[in-house]
Write a protein that binds this ligand. Structure first.
Ligand code: DX5
Ligand code: ZN
Length: 220
Protein backbone atom coordinates (compact mmCIF):
# COMPACT_ATOMS: atom_id res chain seq x y z
CA UNK A 1 0.00 0.00 0.00
CA UNK A 2 1.75 3.20 -1.08
CA UNK A 3 1.27 6.31 1.05
CA UNK A 4 0.62 9.64 -0.74
CA UNK A 5 3.78 11.58 -1.61
CA UNK A 6 4.48 14.47 0.76
CA UNK A 7 6.91 17.33 0.26
CA UNK A 8 8.76 18.68 3.29
CA UNK A 9 10.76 21.80 2.34
CA UNK A 10 13.88 22.32 4.45
CA UNK A 11 14.09 25.86 5.82
CA UNK A 12 17.87 25.47 6.03
CA UNK A 13 17.84 26.95 2.52
CA UNK A 14 15.38 29.70 3.44
CA UNK A 15 16.26 33.35 4.16
CA UNK A 16 16.99 33.24 7.89
CA UNK A 17 16.43 36.99 8.15
CA UNK A 18 12.72 36.40 7.50
CA UNK A 19 11.92 32.84 8.51
CA UNK A 20 8.35 33.70 9.44
CA UNK A 21 7.52 35.03 5.99
CA UNK A 22 9.31 32.06 4.40
CA UNK A 23 7.17 29.60 6.37
CA UNK A 24 3.99 31.38 5.27
CA UNK A 25 5.20 31.32 1.65
CA UNK A 26 5.87 27.58 1.89
CA UNK A 27 2.40 27.00 3.28
CA UNK A 28 0.87 29.03 0.44
CA UNK A 29 3.02 27.14 -2.06
CA UNK A 30 1.54 23.79 -0.98
CA UNK A 31 4.18 22.33 1.35
CA UNK A 32 2.87 19.32 3.28
CA UNK A 33 5.41 19.58 6.12
CA UNK A 34 8.03 22.11 7.19
CA UNK A 35 11.42 20.42 7.61
CA UNK A 36 13.39 22.15 10.37
CA UNK A 37 17.06 21.23 10.51
CA UNK A 38 18.48 21.66 14.01
CA UNK A 39 22.27 21.51 14.26
CA UNK A 40 24.47 21.96 17.33
CA UNK A 41 27.96 22.34 15.83
CA UNK A 42 28.94 19.13 17.63
CA UNK A 43 27.01 16.25 16.08
CA UNK A 44 27.49 18.04 12.75
CA UNK A 45 29.97 20.83 11.86
CA UNK A 46 27.27 23.52 11.59
CA UNK A 47 24.96 25.44 13.94
CA UNK A 48 21.42 26.50 12.99
CA UNK A 49 18.42 27.12 15.23
CA UNK A 50 17.02 25.93 18.56
CA UNK A 51 13.64 25.57 20.35
CA UNK A 52 13.23 29.33 20.86
CA UNK A 53 13.01 29.91 17.10
CA UNK A 54 10.57 27.03 16.65
CA UNK A 55 8.43 28.49 19.44
CA UNK A 56 8.24 31.80 17.53
CA UNK A 57 7.40 30.10 14.25
CA UNK A 58 4.76 27.76 15.72
CA UNK A 59 1.83 30.22 15.92
CA UNK A 60 2.27 31.23 12.26
CA UNK A 61 1.07 27.98 10.72
CA UNK A 62 -0.70 24.72 11.43
CA UNK A 63 1.63 22.86 9.06
CA UNK A 64 3.43 19.86 10.54
CA UNK A 65 6.86 20.78 11.92
CA UNK A 66 9.10 17.93 10.83
CA UNK A 67 12.04 18.55 13.16
CA UNK A 68 15.33 16.89 12.27
CA UNK A 69 17.64 16.92 15.30
CA UNK A 70 21.29 16.71 14.27
CA UNK A 71 22.45 17.25 17.84
CA UNK A 72 24.37 15.21 20.43
CA UNK A 73 22.87 14.19 23.80
CA UNK A 74 19.47 14.45 22.19
CA UNK A 75 17.59 13.28 25.33
CA UNK A 76 18.46 16.54 27.09
CA UNK A 77 16.53 18.59 24.53
CA UNK A 78 13.45 16.57 23.59
CA UNK A 79 11.15 18.29 26.07
CA UNK A 80 12.24 21.73 24.84
CA UNK A 81 11.62 20.85 21.19
CA UNK A 82 8.31 19.22 22.04
CA UNK A 83 7.13 22.23 24.05
CA UNK A 84 8.29 24.57 21.28
CA UNK A 85 5.74 22.98 18.92
CA UNK A 86 7.50 20.20 17.00
CA UNK A 87 5.13 17.59 15.59
CA UNK A 88 7.62 14.94 14.47
CA UNK A 89 10.94 14.70 16.33
CA UNK A 90 13.59 12.80 14.39
CA UNK A 91 16.91 11.88 15.99
CA UNK A 92 20.07 10.06 14.97
CA UNK A 93 20.73 6.76 16.83
CA UNK A 94 24.37 7.82 17.28
CA UNK A 95 23.15 10.77 19.40
CA UNK A 96 21.82 8.68 22.29
CA UNK A 97 23.12 5.86 24.46
CA UNK A 98 19.65 4.29 24.68
CA UNK A 99 17.47 4.41 21.54
CA UNK A 100 14.49 2.84 23.34
CA UNK A 101 14.64 5.50 26.04
CA UNK A 102 14.81 8.31 23.47
CA UNK A 103 11.83 6.91 21.57
CA UNK A 104 9.87 6.72 24.83
CA UNK A 105 10.83 10.27 25.79
CA UNK A 106 9.55 11.62 22.45
CA UNK A 107 6.30 9.65 22.82
CA UNK A 108 5.89 10.70 26.47
CA UNK A 109 5.97 14.26 25.14
CA UNK A 110 3.15 13.44 22.76
CA UNK A 111 5.13 13.66 19.53
CA UNK A 112 5.70 11.37 16.55
CA UNK A 113 9.05 9.60 16.46
CA UNK A 114 11.53 9.54 13.58
CA UNK A 115 14.93 7.91 13.38
CA UNK A 116 17.45 9.22 10.86
CA UNK A 117 20.23 7.21 9.23
CA UNK A 118 23.29 8.96 7.83
CA UNK A 119 24.55 7.60 4.49
CA UNK A 120 27.07 5.31 6.23
CA UNK A 121 24.80 4.32 9.14
CA UNK A 122 23.65 0.71 8.90
CA UNK A 123 19.99 -0.29 8.84
CA UNK A 124 20.91 -2.70 11.64
CA UNK A 125 20.74 0.32 13.95
CA UNK A 126 16.95 0.41 13.63
CA UNK A 127 16.15 -3.30 13.31
CA UNK A 128 14.65 -3.53 16.83
CA UNK A 129 12.49 -0.41 16.58
CA UNK A 130 10.25 -0.76 13.52
CA UNK A 131 7.19 -1.33 15.72
CA UNK A 132 7.84 1.76 17.81
CA UNK A 133 8.51 4.53 15.29
CA UNK A 134 6.44 6.61 12.89
CA UNK A 135 9.11 7.69 10.40
CA UNK A 136 12.52 6.70 9.07
CA UNK A 137 14.61 9.52 7.61
CA UNK A 138 17.20 8.29 5.15
CA UNK A 139 19.93 10.86 4.55
CA UNK A 140 21.25 11.03 1.02
CA UNK A 141 23.97 13.51 1.95
CA UNK A 142 26.31 13.80 4.95
CA UNK A 143 24.33 15.83 7.53
CA UNK A 144 25.33 19.44 8.15
CA UNK A 145 24.68 21.48 5.02
CA UNK A 146 22.15 22.08 2.25
CA UNK A 147 23.09 22.16 -1.44
CA UNK A 148 25.12 18.94 -1.44
CA UNK A 149 25.07 16.28 -4.17
CA UNK A 150 22.66 13.34 -3.84
CA UNK A 151 24.40 10.07 -2.91
CA UNK A 152 22.78 7.30 -5.03
CA UNK A 153 24.41 4.58 -2.91
CA UNK A 154 21.66 5.11 -0.30
CA UNK A 155 18.98 3.85 -2.72
CA UNK A 156 19.84 0.26 -1.80
CA UNK A 157 19.27 0.99 1.88
CA UNK A 158 16.00 2.72 1.01
CA UNK A 159 14.73 -0.30 -0.97
CA UNK A 160 15.74 -2.70 1.85
CA UNK A 161 13.90 -0.63 4.48
CA UNK A 162 10.80 -0.36 2.28
CA UNK A 163 10.82 -4.13 1.84
CA UNK A 164 11.07 -4.73 5.60
CA UNK A 165 8.21 -2.30 6.30
CA UNK A 166 6.02 -3.99 3.67
CA UNK A 167 6.81 -7.48 5.00
CA UNK A 168 5.95 -6.36 8.55
CA UNK A 169 2.82 -4.63 7.18
CA UNK A 170 3.75 -1.47 9.09
CA UNK A 171 2.60 2.04 8.27
CA UNK A 172 5.91 3.90 8.69
CA UNK A 173 6.72 6.96 6.56
CA UNK A 174 10.04 6.87 4.73
CA UNK A 175 11.55 10.31 4.29
CA UNK A 176 14.56 10.96 2.03
CA UNK A 177 16.68 13.98 2.80
CA UNK A 178 19.57 15.53 0.93
CA UNK A 179 20.25 16.57 -2.67
CA UNK A 180 16.72 15.78 -3.83
CA UNK A 181 16.00 17.41 -7.19
CA UNK A 182 13.88 17.04 -10.34
CA UNK A 183 16.24 14.41 -11.75
CA UNK A 184 16.17 11.99 -8.80
CA UNK A 185 12.71 12.58 -7.29
CA UNK A 186 11.07 9.85 -9.40
CA UNK A 187 13.84 7.37 -8.55
CA UNK A 188 13.59 7.90 -4.77
CA UNK A 189 9.79 7.50 -4.87
CA UNK A 190 10.14 4.27 -6.88
CA UNK A 191 12.68 3.06 -4.30
CA UNK A 192 10.11 3.59 -1.54
CA UNK A 193 10.31 7.13 -0.15
CA UNK A 194 6.93 8.81 0.43
CA UNK A 195 8.20 12.05 1.97
CA UNK A 196 10.76 14.11 0.05
CA UNK A 197 12.79 16.73 1.87
CA UNK A 198 14.27 19.45 -0.26
CA UNK A 199 15.95 22.76 0.49
CA UNK A 200 18.03 24.10 -2.37
CA UNK A 201 15.88 22.70 -5.19
CA UNK A 202 12.71 24.23 -3.75
CA UNK A 203 14.25 27.60 -2.84
CA UNK A 204 16.60 28.07 -5.78
CA UNK A 205 15.22 26.41 -8.95
CA UNK A 206 12.91 28.27 -11.39
CA UNK A 207 13.81 31.61 -9.85
CA UNK A 208 12.70 30.41 -6.42
CA UNK A 209 9.14 29.66 -7.56
CA UNK A 210 8.19 27.62 -4.45
CA UNK A 211 4.81 26.48 -5.76
CA UNK A 212 6.23 25.29 -9.07
CA UNK A 213 9.17 23.51 -7.45
CA UNK A 214 7.06 21.77 -4.80
CA UNK A 215 4.62 20.73 -7.53
CA UNK A 216 7.40 19.36 -9.74
CA UNK A 217 8.95 17.31 -6.91
CA UNK A 218 5.53 15.91 -6.06
CA UNK A 219 4.53 15.03 -9.62
CA UNK A 220 7.84 14.07 -11.28
C1 DX5 B 1 21.27 18.40 5.85
C2 DX5 B 1 19.79 18.54 6.17
C3 DX5 B 1 18.92 18.50 4.94
C4 DX5 B 1 19.25 19.62 3.94
C5 DX5 B 1 18.53 19.38 2.64
O1 DX5 B 1 21.98 18.09 7.02
O2 DX5 B 1 19.36 17.51 7.03
O3 DX5 B 1 17.55 18.59 5.33
O4 DX5 B 1 18.86 20.85 4.48
O5 DX5 B 1 18.92 20.41 1.78
P1 DX5 B 1 19.15 20.12 0.22
O6 DX5 B 1 17.79 19.73 -0.31
O7 DX5 B 1 19.64 21.42 -0.34
O8 DX5 B 1 20.14 18.99 0.14
ZN1 ZN C 1 17.20 17.42 7.37
Amino acid sequence: MSSPIKISPSILSADFSKLGEEILSLEKAGADYIHIDVMDGHFVPNITIGPEVIKRLRPLTKKIFDVHLMISNVDNFIKDFANAGSDIITFHPEATDDIKKTIKKIKDNGKKVGISLKPNSSIDLIQDYYNEIDLILIMSVEPGFGGQKFMPEVLDKLRKIKKIINEKKLNIDIEIDGGINFNNSKQVKEAGANILVSGSTIFKENGGNLKKNIGLLRSN
